[in-house]
Every structure is written in C-alpha cells, then in structure tokens.
Design a protein around this ligand. Structure first.
Ligand SMILES: [Fe+2]
Length: 307
C-alpha cells in the first residue's frame, strides 16, 4: 500500500452520513431518493446473525465448503483459521464470498428483518419478474482477513442498489458518485468495471484523471450497515477478521436503469425484438403501477403524520 497516495486520498475524501433505520422518511428522501450513500448503525440490531455468526460457528458447521480463488482451493475452515491467525503475506484473497441461497439457505432467516429502501419491496412484489435478476445473488456472505482488498473498482450489476452489513470486524469503503464516471476509466468490454488495477495506488501516468476523483470514505464497524445507491463506483479494504452480509435493493430510483440494463443484455444476447418490446412495456407498466402504489403510501404517511 502506497501510504502517500493513501494520505492524499484521506484528505480528499468526504465522510458518509449516518441515519437510523427508524428515521424512515429521512432515510428514503435524503439518501435513497437523493441517491446518496448512508451508514445505518441499527438496521441489523435484531438480526440473529449478530449473535450466531462467529468464525467458530462457520468453521464447525460449514468448514468443508470450498472455493477456488486466485488459483488456490481453500476450504472455509482453512480460510477462517488463517483469518484468525492474524496478518499474513500475501493477505488472504478477497472477496471470499458465497451465494447464501445456494450454500447457506437456512441462514437467510438470521438476516431478518431486511432493511427496506422503498415504501414497497419491489424485489418480492407480485408484479416483479424474477427472471430479470439474471442470477444476481440477493443474499451474499463475505469473509476476509487482515489487509484483504477488493481492488476491482466497479458498480453493481443491473444498476441494483447495494447494502452491506458488517457482522464481524471493520471494512473500509471508497465510493464515487456516477457523476465521476468520466474519471473512473470504465472498461470498453464492461463499462461497469474500471481498468484501474489498484485504485488505492493508481498509476498516475496511465490514469491521470483518477487524481481528480473525490470519494466518500467510511469505516463500517461491526453491526453497521451501509447503503450505496445504484451506479456508485466502489472498492473496499478489510482491516482484520471479517464476516459481512451483502444484499441488493430495487426502488423507483433504479427501476428505469434496471429495465434498460436488462434490455441491453437481451440485445447483446440476441433476444428477438418482440420479446424486447414486451420487456420494455412491462418495465413501463409495472414501474408505473409500483410508483403509484408508493405515491399512495406516501400520501397516507403524510396524512397520518402528527401536525
Ligand atoms: Fe459491488
């Protein structure tokens, strides 16, 4: 890690606001609708995961699970043992992440109630076509150790919002708003990924514009949740043994881009035009119906508010 560039970045970075999950209206209007990231200190306070999800719990019950990362096959038990041993050189590979629906379906109950970032839950709405999520992982589990860095500067697939909750340990987030996309060096092959190989110490000759980028930066502590809106570029660093949960969000603000991105994938995949027109019509009609439902709920909340 280049300490000089780290110090430079710290001086240029902006903090991330904080908002309680119980300040519902402020959360929706100041952060979700305004498309700003926010740290929510209490979104997971009732989650059983906070008590149950420890390194020994995963080593005992899921230690046999394996993942090949950077060409080496790791069992979860091995990874956790190294994670608890302390710093190692090179640092543990990251992200060491699993699709919970595939590997830990019984643990999804431990991350309830899920934080809601809209007045309705579009992901589980009766009008939602689940095939549009295209294999996205709605529930993801991350492990990491001292010095693990997810260097791939990117924004999330299908323009979904993201939320991460630290169950164990701290994780540092660097977030760049969509307006800074011209400074992010998007890849020609996949414009959601940057070609900058190490955003913590970028090569100034190859990526001079990145020096003008100004991230929001925060250290997410155990028990805290961060919400980051669709289209925000991000990368993360871990500073010790870490277990984190990741979820996705779909609201009125990312619905149009979510549908558009699905259409782009279908164009690239050669889906017939008639099917694309049907998807486009679905996006407009279902989006309008959900928007109306949210407006009615908002009206009801406004009328119910004490004067
Ligand atoms: Fe991401």
């Amino acid at each position: 890690m280049d300490l000089s560039s780290d110090a430079q970045m710290a001086s240029a970075a902006l903090p991330v606001d904080r908002c309680s999950i119980h300040e519902r209206r402020r959360l929706l209007e100041n952060y979700v609708l305004a498309a700003r990231p926010v740290v929510i200190p209490d979104a997971a306070e009732a989650w059983p995961a906070r008590r149950r999800w420890t390194p020994p719990f995963f080593a005992r019950h899921y230690g046999e699970l394996t993942m090949t990362i950077a060409g080496r096959r790791w069992s979860l038990a091995e990874y956790i043992a190294q994670m608890q041993r302390g710093p190692c050189d090179p640092p543990l590979p990251y992200p060491f992440n699993f699709d919970m629906q595939q590997h830990f379906p019984e643990l999804i109950a431990d991350v309830q109630p899920q934080p809601r970032f809209g007045r309705i839950d579009r992901l589980n709405h009766p009008l939602m076509w689940h095939s549009l999520l295209r294999g996205t992982r709605p529930h993801e589990l991350f492990f990491g150790g001292h010095g693990s860095v997810f260097r791939q500067l990117h924004y999330d697939t299908l323009f979904l919002h993201g939320h991460i909750t630290q169950i164990l340990g701290d994780k540092e987030f660097f977030l760049y708003p969509p307006e800074q996309t011209p400074l992010m060096y998007p890849s020609a092959a996949n414009p959601k990924l940057s070609v900058i190989d190490d955003p913590a110490a970028p090569d100034p000759q190859r990526f001079p514009l990145f020096a003008q980028a100004r991230p929001c930066r925060t250290m997410l502590k155990a028990g805290e949740t961060i919400f980051f809106p669709a289209g925000w570029w991000h990368y993360t660093r871990v500073h010790g043994p870490c277990i984190a949960y990741g979820g996705i969000g779909l609201t009125s603000t990312n619905w149009p881009d979510f549908i558009r991105d699905n259409l782009h994938h279908r164009i690239a995949g050669g889906t017939p035009r008639a099917k694309r027109i049907a998807l486009s019509a679905y996006g407009a009609i279902a989006g309008a119906a959900m928007n109306l439902q949210e407006s009615l709920l908002r009206l009801r909340e406004t009328n119910a508010a004490p004067t």
